[in-house]
Design a protein around this ligand. Structure first.
Ligand code: UDP
Ligand code: MG
Length: 321
């Protein structure tokens, strides 16, 4: 089969998932053979130290639609997804977890939305089953915090399980930033987006490959990639301190005039201290604004993204390549 004929690419990041891979492959296969087009299953082995790679090679040997990309070490979930998208040939690319927490059958609903003309179809979790109280609460809080701190419409309770059109995939490839928060980037690029809802199942077997450390990294990547609010905090704090300093000075002056308080050295020092610290914080905030802009430049995201261009004379549509 020619790679240009492939309609659907399914990207599956894998990190030590030997316990579930057979099942995952079987269920994906079942779903994908019932679709209307040629497909490929791209397993991205993110430096697994168990038998995951061997199992996937076995699938490859018996099935031409399976591909394996193996990293030299563990680079992380978001990088694994990115690599899968880089290697994908399909007109639509689906990203799905290997642990069957994301039901493969939902891909069919995503495909029908795609055929209606949507360019991004993300899967929104109605509820999460079989996960710890801590995981659910931190995830709940994180999605809301991220949403509150950015102007981009990043949907809440939505992971990386989604279908994207080839156009979107190509645009993502033009975003070379290193500390990636892929689901945020997919929101950032725009295009016609919609959701399909589902209940997230418990992991089929094995343990979560997202320990607290990786969760914090993902959270920070999400916040810093799409929000400058933390940088602005210094300025706000500075403004509050200066205001306090002034109010305090006015009280001191009043008390002095009324003769009801003795002006000690420390009382004046405190007023000066408040105002000076405030000024310094504001200066830090100003530096932060410049840093934010430098950060923006170095991320090298495209300045704008064209969906299509249209010219009257030729009556033809040049859909963005
Ligand atoms: N994963 C990965 N690299 C990592 C961690 C996880 O490729 O460093 C994969 C993992 O194999 C799974 C998906 O990313 O397919 C989601 O991970 P996991 O299910 O452990 O996360 P959780 O569902 O617990 O948030
Ligand atoms: Mg999982």
């Amino acid at each position: 089969m020619n790679t240009s004929d492939i309609r659907y690419s399914v990207v599956i990041p894998v990190y030590n998932e030997e316990a579930v891979l057979e099942q995952t492959y079987r269920r994906l296969k079942q779903v994908m053979t019932s679709t209307d087009g040629p497909y490929e299953l791209i397993f991205v082995n993110d430096g697994s130290s168990d038998r995951s790679a061997d199992l996937i090679k076995k699938f490859c040997d018996g099935d031409r639609s399976v591909k394996l990309i193996s990293f030299s070490r563990n680079f992380g979930h978001q990088v694994a997804i990115t690599a899968g998208m880089d290697y994908a040939n399909g007109s639509a690319v689906v990203v799905i977890d290997a642990d069957l927490q994301d039901p493969p059958e939902l891909i069919l609903d995503m495909i029908s939305k795609w055929q209606e003309g949507y360019e991004v179809v993300y899967a929104k979790r109605r509820q999460r089953r079989g996960e710890t109280f801590f995981k659910k609460q931190t995830a709940h809080l994180f999605y809301r915090l991220l949403r509150a701190s950015t102007d981009i419409d990043i949907p809440i309770d939505t992971g990386d399980f989604r279908l994207i059109d080839r156009k979107v995939c190509d645009v993502l490839k033009q975003c070379p930033e290193k500390n990636r928060y892929v689901r945020g980037l997919v929101s950032w690029v725009g295009f016609k987006q919609t959701a399909v809802e589902y209940d997230r199942d418990p992991r089929l077997a094995g343990e979560s490959k997202y320990p607290l450390k990786k969760m914090i990294k993902l959270c920070l990547d999400g916040l810093t990639s799409f929000s400058f609010k933390p940088i602005k905090l210094a300025s706000y704090a500075g403004a509050v301190l200066i205001a306090l300093g002034f109010v305090y000075s006015i009280f001191l002056a009043l008390f002095n005039v009324l003769g009801s308080a003795v002006l000690d050295g420390w009382t004046i020092l405190l007023a000066v201290e408040l105002i000076l610290t405030g000024v310094m914080l504001i200066m830090m905030g100003i530096m932060g604004e410049y840093m934010g802009r430098i950060y923006d430049e170095t991320r090298n995201r495209p300045l704008y993204i064209v969906r299509e261009s249209y010219r009257q004379e030729e009556k033809e549509r040049n859909v963005m390549k």
